[in-house]
Ligand binder design. Structure first.
Ligand SMILES: [Zn+2]
Length: 139
């Protein structure tokens, strides 16, 4: 698989280092925060330190605030809804969106701290000596 963009990897909730392994081990219906301990492809740990994802709350706050502002804003300003109706619909929609935002916030948070490493991209053509060079670099 060719290198995905950072945004595509975040939206797809893929490992920040290889952009291939899934961060989450189960569908959202089986638990919002069911994550792999490490990437199944490149072994990148997903919890960098204890309590690492506390900071993801800031990202989640920004994302959910953006969701509420945009939906209420569109309903009131563009579609001329009442304030009560716009908030009711936005909160009802939030029941489905907020678990997704919680997962997305963790993905964004991890992608802030871990960068992409093309070493894990299998589509990059390697010369026979590249494996030897890589083995020497690891020592
Ligand atoms: Zn990975």
């Amino acid at each position: 698989m060719a290198k995905k963009s950072k945004v595509a990897a975040i939206v797809g909730m893929k490992c920040p280092r290889c952009h291939q392994g899934n961060m989450y081990s189960a569908p959202i219906s089986q638990g919002i925060y069911k994550m792999h301990k490490e990437c199944t492809v490149c072994k990148q740990p997903f919890e960098l330190e204890p309590g690492f994802y506390w900071g993801a709350m800031y990202v989640g706050y920004a994302l959910s605030g953006g969701y509420m502002l945009s939906t209420v804003g569109i309903l009131i300003l563009a579609l001329n809804w009442s304030v009560e109706g716009a908030f009711a619909v936005s909160i009802l929609g939030g029941l489905f969106i907020f678990p997704l935002i919680a997962r997305l916030a963790r993905a964004v948070w991890l992608h802030i701290y871990v960068g992409y490493d093309k070493k894990y991209d299998p589509t990059i053509n390697k010369l026979p000596l590249d494996n030897v060079t890589a083995a020497l670099e690891d020592k």
